[in-house]
Design a protein around this ligand. Structure first.
Ligand SMILES: [Ca+2]
Length: 340
């Protein structure tokens, strides 16, 4: 491999906040495989601009679909003032990233000349440069840097070259530390175990809110059912680990990362709801009493009770919290549903 550029790389070993080391960029052949590294699963992709739209033929997701014939095409000319970028959000909350392999279009055919490989920091949409390339001599290159924990990687292009203002990227592989086959399986099993624990916590919180699962608001019940199904399905697939291909293993680990992250978010959401439930329950009981006293028929009455504005008839109560801005809808006999 011939080194084509040393980037100004600044990445910490633990977070994208404290920047320490220099990354390196080297050319790689088209057949390059991340043998020594683990290809990290990507949950979603987005871009600054996309020729024919984000859902079209040149969608950002094409850079993470595993195919070297599908590509993202940025539609506007990149510059330092107006860079073009494609962003990959990693499956799971955070991953340890050590490098990025970029497979772009030919330099003379809308390929990348100058770009920065960036990693997401702790704040939303905050990115730090981990490695950079200038005057690229190849369409395919590997940027390696000190391991960093991050939730997303972004390729920021400041100059491309070719017959049109476009920038074309076929594939971006986000790389993590390599694992042995047995270690990889253990990792997948551990992550699925975490997903099960989060799911169990979510069920406990749900039971705090209502004792019977059938009484849960439909969206919450559906989320819990979906979580159960995804965990069971991933568990069955994991049991067949020895008989699936390396690519299928990568896909499964990606699924497990997503399942674990969603289960964690659901548990956290229900935990918050469970903690505020006694106060809300009391407020709703008050509302219910008010609803019963409001008379019958379809006629709607409105009145103000403290910081709550209520519209009531005998079947439906809609309350707006004047301070919280929360809209609470209560249908007699059903649990309330909140919306902002
Ligand atoms: Ca592709």
């Amino acid at each position: 491999m011939r080194r084509i550029c040393l980037g100004v790389a600044m990445v910490s070993c633990l977070t994208a906040d404290a920047l320490a080391a220099e990354g390196t960029v080297t050319m790689v052949p088209e057949t390059w495989q991340p043998d020594r590294y683990r290809r990290l699963p990507v949950a979603s992709a987005s871009a600054s601009t996309t020729l024919e739209g984000e859902q079209g033929k040149y969608a950002p997701a094409n850079v993470a679909d595993g195919h070297l014939k599908t590509k993202w095409v940025g539609s506007e000319a990149p510059s330092k003032d107006k860079p073009q970028w494609v962003r990959l959000d990693l499956a799971g909350d955070r991953q340890t990233v050590t490098g990025v392999a970029v497979f772009g279009e030919r330099i003379d055919n809308d390929g990348v000349l100058d770009a920065e490989v960036q990693v997401a920091g702790p704040k939303p949409d905050e990115f730090r440069t981990a490695a950079s390339i200038a005057q690229a001599g190849s369409a395919r290159w590997l940027a390696m840097f000190e391991a960093v924990e991050t939730s997303a990687v972004r390729l920021l292009v400041t100059r491309s070259s070719g017959p049109t203002p476009h920038t074309d990227i076929y594939e971006i592989q986000v790389l993590g530390p390599g694992m042995t086959p047995a270690g990889y399986h253990d990792y997948a099993e551990a992550r699925l175990g975490e997903a099960r624990q989060h799911h169990q916590s979510a069920l406990v919180h749900a039971r705090t809110i209502v004792p019977e699962p059938g009484q849960l608001p439909r969206p919450v019940g559906a989320s819990l059912d979906g979580s159960t199904e995804r965990i069971e399905s991933a568990g069955k697939r994991l049991a067949a680990w020895e008989s699936i291909t390396p690519l299928q293993r990568d896909e499964l680990v990606g699924r497990i990362e997503i399942v674990a992250a969603r289960a964690k978010r659901l548990a956290e959401r229900l935990d918050r709801t469970a903690k505020t439930w006694p106060d809300r329950r009391a407020a709703l009981d008050t509302d219910r009493q008010a609803a019963k006293q409001s008379g019958t028929g379809a006629r709607v009455s409105d009145h103000r009770a403290g910081n709550r504005i209520q519209l009531i008839n005998d079947r439906v109560l809609v309350g707006l919290g004047a301070e919280t801005g929360l809209l609470a809808c209560q249908i007699e006999g059903l649990l309330p549903v909140d919306a902002e």
